[in-house]
Ligand binder design. Structure first.
Ligand SMILES: Nc1ncnc2c1ncn2[C@@H]1O[C@H](COP(=O)(O)OP(=O)(O)OP(=O)(O)O)[C@@H](O)[C@H]1O
Length: 916
């Protein structure tokens, strides 16, 4: 014990901290853990102090009043344990107090006494006085009754041979026992004192009547004390001290390596111990370290102050190799002429600390643990363990519950009436399969919904699930593809297995082209095997359904043309539902759907009509975005409701891109842009078949557009066909910008490149696709349009030259047409350009004001929504348009092609800035 306590200062320090922490703890919940049982008993005895229970004199045991020990715990409070003192009358005085060490114990040695005092002194610093008293009492008790031999031996053993789990457990048991015994005695003493005090009290009250009142008062005080809730007072007893010190020591030993050894050099070893004959033997540990065992008595005599005199203390030194060490020891012994019979014995040991052992086996154990855990997880997941390692093969499909998640109904999908009608059949099949089955009809397996992005394919699939009230599994084609081989097919299997379990249900595979692309005839390098096997698995699964299984597979794609033929055959995706960009009426409906959530006071019919006329070529997603954008603009300007102007700004922004406030043009540049745009505007105004002009602007927008003129193709009608006259007028109008520059300036700029691109595309299409030239009635696909044209042109060199010549001729014709007009209308161009320079934006009403009404009647519903007296004035950009939170929309050049399946889109003529 002495050596244990004497050694590290830090043991003392840490034990003190532990005690302080325990004493400061105020919550009762924490106490049972930090306060050992004897203290708890103390508290209880105090509670009943005014009326103590009668101690059982017959067995001399001290017990908590009113309590009997629990079954099996009797020995805890008996004196029968091996460490308990045997009742011995010779050692008890009349008060029953013990004198001298108890049996099984021996007195503290002076060193132990000194070390303990040191520990207790440190503990006492800063402690409340009442506690200091207890600490002193505890030490006094230990001095009086001595240290149990068993404990002393265990400590000695530990300090000599090191700590081991069994020794730690033994020490802990012995120390706690000692502490408990000590506490019991203190409790007994206290109760005795209290008993004495109360009896003397009674006698004094009997003898003196004058003291009656006082006694009453005191007894009432006592009652008060009794009735008051028991307040626990922390008492520091020996058990606290010892247990805390011991726990601290254990912790300390675990964290800090043992200090009962010290490294020395060979020279020190030799001069201090070896040459003086103090070495008993040497132990080589692990071939790299030598532990020096000394003759303790001789060391104590030679160096009384040295720690080496203490048992369990060792010096050690490091060695390079065992051979070199042995040679050195031999040489040293030879020098000292030690006879071979008396030479110092050297033994060899291999030692490994717990920590090293754990460290050595740690990675292996971790690895085994990880494998075990992952294999269990893999086994647990997936159908029949098919999910593969780490659950990788499990399907990533999200399951939407029809009751909670899928709230979409067909009413939410506007404008896709044909597609809705087609898909409705699936709904009735899922709802009432009997109608079909009783007639022997086989139900379609699935449908591919194809169309441009944002046209509502996913929405339609969700609506199908919502209407039929079945679960909906949504997964993207790309989620099947992983870097591991076999994961794709495994996920497909899992998805279909899940779907079968949840039948009737709908599986929706979005972007199926990611896996459903036509399998290559010959594969270069075989890189697509995984994708193909995933596709094969889908084919197999879809074949595998029997006719009564109510699982419908819907797929969405933007590229139905690239899908594998096998996927589209009857029995798999039987139905092919094309969803195109909405028509004017469709857009109206979609606007109505999305306007439901918007606060606006505009008349809905007029608003939706005008907006749908303004947005040809917009898909449902674009419309949803426009409506939201308008609401954002309105919010930014702190308007109470969203008005037409906000919607138009939103559309303009989507078409033309974000306004570029930061781009400041020089006056010359601005003038060029104004005349360029005025050229377009005049052409649009005076060509009979040109698209009616909506707006001209010279505010820079988007990526590189310095100004633009916006037209309404087909006058707001959905144009299905375009004739040569319309095409020529459109091309001439597109060239109006450059021609105007030529006519008004002595040089031209690079701003017309986008116009030339459009004109060339139109002229080429007229020659190669629409049979409108001398080349003839031939269709030449664009390069890359089909697999064949990817590598070679579908026409000869001579035809190529002829095509070039024809394209050039058509463009030149359009140029001439434009030049003739603009030369004639040079004055009007000037008027519009100057107005543009002052106002920056001109609307149709401004044009009417400047040029008079357009000389040709407007087509379609144009005049209904854009006729004179339009409800809106020119669109003035709101202050601070720049909105960093909204993604920049595509530039005008990225708009849908001018002629895409009969849908003429409003490609504004854009004055392009030269890209560096
Ligand atoms: N016909 C429509 N009626 C109402 N809203 C629509 C319509 N079409 C599209 N939308 C809106 O556009 C959003 C996007 O549509 P959806 O995700 O269905 O497009 P998609 O065709 O699946 O696109 P992608 O091909 O890129 O996957 C919808 O959430 C909806 O707000």
């Amino acid at each position: 014990m002495a050596s244990l306590l004497r050694r590290p200062q830090s043991v003392v320090r840490s034990s003190r901290q532990l005690l302080e922490a325990a004493s400061l703890s105020s919550t009762l919940a924490l106490r049972p853990a930090s306060i050992p049982r004897p203290s708890y008993a103390c508290a209880h005895s105090r509670k009943y102090a005014t009326k103590p229970g009668k101690p059982n004199k017959s067995d001399g045991k001290v017990r908590k009043p009113g309590s009997t020990p629990a079954k099996g715990m009797e020995h805890l409070y008996s004196n029968q344990s091996p460490m308990s003192p045997k009742p011995d009358s010779s050692q008890n005085n009349s008060d029953g107090e013990t004198k001298g060490p108890l049996p099984g114990r021996s007195e503290l040695t002076p060193e132990e006494d000194q070390a303990l005092s040191k520990v207790f002194d440190t503990i006492k610093i800063g402690m409340p006085k009442s506690m200091v008293k207890d600490v002193e009492k505890a030490l006094e008790k230990l001095r009086e009754q001595g240290m149990p031999d068993e404990l002393r031996n265990a400590i000695k053993e530990t300090s000599e041979e090191g700590m081991s789990p069994s020794r730690a457990a033994k020490l802990f048991r012995l120390v706690t026992h000692l502490a408990r015994q000590n506490a019991e005695e203190i409790v007994a003493e206290k109760s005795k004192e209290q008993k004495k005090a109360s009896s003397s009290h009674e006698s004094s009250s009997e003898s003196s009547t004058s003291g009656k009142d006082k006694t009453k008062q005191e007894s009432s005080d006592g009652k008060k004390k009794d009735s008051a809730p028991p307040v626990y007072e922390f008492k520091l007893d020996l058990s606290n001290i010892l247990v805390s010190a011991f726990v601290s020591y254990l912790l300390y030993r675990l964290v800090v390596p043992s200090e009962n050894s010290r490294e020395i050099t060979w020279q020190e070893f030799r001069t201090t111990f070896f040459d003086k004959g103090l070495v008993e033997n040497l132990v080589v540990i692990n071939g790299n370290r030598v532990r020096v065992h000394l003759h303790r008595e001789s060391v104590a005599a030679t160096y009384p102050e040295s720690p080496a005199a203490q048992p369990g203390f060792y010096y050690y030194f490091s060695i390079g190799s065992v051979e070199a060490f042995e040679r050195r020891v031999d040489e040293a012994q030879n020098d000292l002429r030690i006879p071979s019979s008396e030479r110092i014995p050297i033994s060899y040991h291999t030692e490994g600390s717990w920590f090293n052992t754990v460290l050595a086996f740690g990675p292996t154990l971790l690895f085994i643990g990880a494998i075990f855990y992952l294999s269990r997880r893999a086994a647990a997941g997936g159908a029949g363990g098919q999910s593969g390692i780490f659950g990788m093969g499990r399907s990533r499909a999200k399951k939407f519950n029809h009751e909670t998640d899928v709230k979409v109904k067909f009413a939410d999908v506007a404008g896709a009436d044909e597609a809705k009608a087609e898909i409705m059949e699936f709904v009735s099949f899922l709802k009432k399969p009997d109608i079909y089955q009783k007639l022997g009809a086989k139900i379609p397996r699935g449908a591919v919904l194809s169309g441009p992005p944002g046209t509502g394919k996913t929405l339609l699939a969700k609506a199908t699930a919502g209407e039929s009230g079945v679960p909906f599994f949504s997964v993207s084609g790309s989620e099947f593809v992983e870097m591991f081989v076999g994961v794709g097919p495994s996920r497909v299997r899992d998805l279909f297995a899940n779907a079968r379990k949840n039948a009737p249900c709908i599986i929706f595979i979005d972007e199926i082209d990611a896996i459903g692309k036509a399998r290559a005839k010959q594969s270069f390098g075989g890189g697509n095997d995984e994708r193909e096997s995933t596709l094969n698995q889908i084919l197999t699964e879809m074949d595998g359904f029997n006719t009564s299984e109510q699982v419908v597979v819907l797929a969405g794609t933007n590229r139905a043309d690239v899908l594998d033929k096998a996927l589209m055959r009857p029995g798999r995706f039987d139905r092919h539902i094309a969803i195109d960009r909405p028509t004017m009426d469709g857009r109206k409906q979609i606007f109505k759907v999305h306007l439901k959530n918007i606060v606006t006071n505009e008349e809905v019919e007029h608003l939706t009509g005008r907006l749908s006329a303004l947005t040809p070529g917009f898909a449902g997603a674009d419309i949803a975005n426009c409506v939201n954008e308008a609401a954002l603009i309105a919010a930014r300007t702190q308007a109470d409701s969203v008005v037409m102007q906000h919607f138009e700004q939103a559309i303009e922004r989507v078409i033309g891109g974000l306004e570029k406030k930061s781009l400041v043009l020089s006056p010359d540049e601005k003038k060029t842009v104004a005349y360029h745009e005025a050229g377009h505007a005049i052409c649009g105004w005076y060509f009979e078949y040109a698209d009616p002009l909506l707006k001209v602007s010279i505010i820079p927008r988007g990526s590189g557009a310095l100004g633009y003129a916006q037209y309404l193709p087909g006058g707001g009608r959905d144009e299905v066909l375009m004739n040569v006259k319309q095409l020529m007028d459109r091309m001439a109008m597109t060239l109006g910008g450059r021609v105007s520059e030529e006519l008004h300036f002595d040089t031209v700029t690079s701003g017309a490149s986008d116009d030339f691109n459009k004109v060339t595309r139109l002229a080429t299409a007229m020659v190669t696709k629409w049979g409108m030239s001398n080349v003839g009635y031939i269709y030449y696909p664009d390069s890359g349009e089909t697999q064949e044209t990817q590598l070679q042109k579908p026409f000869s060199e001579a035809t190529a030259q002829a095509i070039d010549a024809e394209v050039k001729r058509i463009v030149m014709e359009a140029y001439k047409q434009c030049k003739t007009l603009l030369e004639e209308k040079k004055k009007e161009v000037g008027i519009v350009a100057e107005e543009l320079l002052s106002k920056e934006v001109l609307s149709r009403d401004d044009m009417i004001r400047l040029l008079g009404p357009r000389p040709f009647p407007d087509k379609g519903e144009f005049s209904k929504y854009f006729g004179g007296g339009s409800k809106t004035g020119p669109i003035i950009p709101p202050p601070g348009e720049a909105n960093p939170g909204v993604a920049e929309p595509p530039a005008g050049g990225d708009l849908p092609p001018p002629l895409g399946g009969g849908q003429g889109a409003p490609a504004p003529t854009i004055f392009q800035r030269q890209e560096k």
